[in-house]
Design a protein around this ligand. Structure first.
Ligand code: NI
Ligand code: MN
Length: 225
């Protein structure tokens, strides 16, 4: 499995059989160095309806025939725009051809730019190629992360930007509840309100927990074996 960090919360997962995009905010993303037209995923996973996560979902889904996996409400909204989707809700899991997807709660909000309700905001757990990874979406710290951490986690992608989501202090608490082998900070330094020192976060994580913290710049990759 390979994690390509596009920037902000946008991730490309390279699996043995396919590629998956999570929260593909690329066009207009101040830190992204790639173009939306470069991607050809089989599936796109959206954690919630905010513009900095939905991003290029519609155009990428159309250019690649990707299936959207998200909340019931987001899938319905995008279906009206010609995108094929698979709707789910927090707590639900489903076995897709590439692996198992389970949505978790997230403490946040979820509406489209036009105000349409996007259902519950969510995090997502993906089990594929023998790995178990958690993308927290946009969320506050919550104690039930410890339940997510009861089964070994290979990777946690956690927002550290503060203001809209957990900041570094709460994300450090999240690492303690999740106990992942590796943590990658996301959702920071995209714009001024969420500027953070990721190296300081890495230092704190590695001083106070047994997790390794990998700070990726946009367009950098983590290979997990
Ligand atoms: Ni959001
Ligand atoms: Mn966001």
């Amino acid at each position: 499995m390979q994690i390509n960090y596009i920037g902000h919360s946008a991730i490309e997962l390279v699996l043995s059989q396919t590629r998956i995009l999570i929260d593909p905010f690329i066009t207009g993303n101040p830190v992204a160095t790639v173009k939306a037209t470069e991607f050809s995923p089989s599936h796109i996973i959206l954690t919630h309806a905010h513009g900095d996560h939905v991003g290029d979902t519609e155009s990428i889904a159309k250019q690649s025939n990707a299936i959207l996996i998200s909340s019931h409400e987001i899938v319905n909204y995008m279906a009206a725009r010609g995108v094929t989707g698979h709707g789910m809700n927090p707590g639900g899991s489903f076995q897709f051809p590439f692996g198992k997807v389970k949505f978790t709660p997230a403490w946040h909000s979820s509406s489209f730019a036009d105000g349409t309700y996007g259902g519950m905001p969510m995090g997502v757990i993906i089990e594929a190629d023998g790995k178990r990874i958690y993308h927290a979406g946009d969320t506050a710290l919550f104690g039930d992360m410890s339940l997510i951490g009861r089964k070994p986690l290979d990777l946690a992608l956690l927002p550290i930007g503060d203001n809209f989501t957990m900041g570094p202090e709460d994300a450090l608490e999240a690492v303690k509840l999740l106990n992942p082998k590796t943590v990658i900070p996301i959702h920071y330094n995209t714009f001024g309100l969420i500027n953070q020192d990721a190296q300081a976060f890495k230092k704190a994580v590695e001083a106070e927990t047994s997790s390794q913290c990998v700070v990726l710049s946009p367009n950098e990759t983590l290979k997990m074996e």
